[in-house]
Design a protein around this ligand. Structure first.
Ligand SMILES: NC(=O)c1ccc[n+]([C@@H]2O[C@H](COP(=O)([O-])OP(=O)(O)OC[C@H]3O[C@@H](n4cnc5c(N)ncnc54)[C@H](O)[C@@H]3O)[C@@H](O)[C@H]2O)c1
Length: 359
């Protein structure tokens, strides 16, 4: 296949690009580098080259935005793209509350522009037939009593602009797919609602770098390495009085390689015109305190921690019911032990304490 990977210079997109190259596909990364890294694209190229099969020749990088319709249309046509994996987004819950227009602009309107380019590129040929969208458990909002583990059928009721911007694009995508199919252009869609993504590729070349970094495992590892951007090198645990076993929040940590495997299985399974929606998580939660303990075991170091009040909008417990993706796609995460997941991240953070740019 010829696959456009939007946001491929970011954390998850770069891992996806590498897996797709390893599987023998042609890959075009489209990223404006707003939050991604040219070095991540080079790392994908280097890791592909390491396989010794010339796979790196199947990688192209186009620097540009998903809402540049002329550029995206030309990119799709020139590379005869038949499949799109759409990772590009703004993805901070807190930031979305303060900058909602930026979130609706990129995540909803930007995605819509991408679909317009797909429609244009397909006017005189087969065009794009499969689309996988990085959605999120944030589209569900705060589950009520008895609603965790979260099933795909749970009513989506986001409580912040980030979750809403992703949910709106899910709807745009479903309507676009229906219209394309009605016009005789089979366009199938997988909406994958990720839980908390963690870990790094086994090559040790690809990493996780968000600026600012707010994800729990990278924050812990950066604090241990003494490289937190704020100079404090301290993990703050937000809330210790949640109704959980140890009072800290519980989340579902899925390894990035397993998450990417879900994408690969989705594109293989999609039948022309259909839409599938799956939660992607391991189906088990770990509390913040459990994550800290696991990181201490992996690194042999003591995590510097302070305890603070709850953050507004943080549900106590979120984890996936992953029955649907397991039974329908045969997906089964290889990383079910949190320590194994953290160990893959630790390998990269230790080798790249200041991230890609400052190696
Ligand atoms: N990391 C997680 O735990 C998690 C959880 C749920 C969902 N997601 C979703 O997964 C996707 C990838 O997340 P990530 O953690 O890899 O984030 P990331 O910030 O590392 O990657 C996003 C990439 O998109 C690019 N981008 C942003 N705006 C763009 C635009 N207008 N045009 C082209 N490129 C643009 C950025 O430069 C960046 O490289 C996002 O859609 C996010 O919402 C992530």
């Amino acid at each position: 296949m010829a696959i456009l990977v939007t946001g491929g210079a970011g954390y998850i997109g770069s891992h996806a690009a590498l897996r797709l190259l390893r599987d023998g596909h042609r890959v075009v990364i489209l990223d404006n580098l707003f939050r991604g890294h040219a070095e991540a694209v080079e790392a994908v190229r280097a890791a592909a080259a390491k396989e010794g099969r010339g796979l790196e020749q199947n990688l192209r990088f186009v620097r540009g935005s998903i809402d540049d319709e002329a550029l995206v249309t030309a990119t799709l046509r020139d590379n005869a793209v038949d499949t799109v994996m759409h990772f590009a987004a703004l993805a901070y819950v807190g930031e979305s509350v303060h900058q909602p227009l930026a979130y609706y602009g990129v995540n909803t309107a930007g995605g819509t522009a991408l679909l317009r380019a797909i429609a244009r590129a397909g006017e005189h040929g087969a065009g794009v037939q499969r689309f996988v969208f990085s959605s999120t458990c944030a589209t569900y909002g705060e589950p009520g009593p008895g609603e965790v583990p979260i099933k795909e059928t749970l009513k989506q009721n986001p409580i912040n602009p980030y979750g809403a911007s992703k949910l709106f694009f899910e709807r745009v995508l479903a309507d676009f797919s229906a219209a394309q199919n009605a016009a005789g252009k089979a366009f199938s869609v997988a909406m994958l609602r990720y839980f908390n993504v963690a870990g790094c590729d086994r090559s040790g070349l690809l990493g996780e770098q968000h600026d600012p970094e707010t994800h729990l495992i990278p924050v812990i590892l950066q604090a241990l390495l003494g490289v937190r951007a704020d100079g404090k090198n301290m993990l703050t645990v937000f809330g210790t009085d949640y109704p959980t076993l140890d009072g800290s929040c519980i989340r579902d940590y899925v390894h990035v390689d397993d998450l990417v495997d879900a994408h690969v299985r989705a594109i293989a399974a999609l039948k022309p015109g259909e839409i599938r929606r799956y939660n992607v998580g391991i189906g088990r939660g770990h509390s913040v305190k459990e994550v800290i303990a696991a990181a201490e075991k992996v690194t042999g170091m003591k995590v510097p921690v302070t305890f603070g009040p709850r953050r507004a909008g943080d549900p106590a417990t979120l984890f996936a019911d992953s029955t649907a993706i397991r039974t329908e796609l045969g997906w089964s995460p290889r990383y079910t032990n949190l320590e194994d997941t953290i160990a893959t991240a630790w390998a990269w953070f230790k080798a790249n304490p200041h991230g890609y740019a400052k190696r």
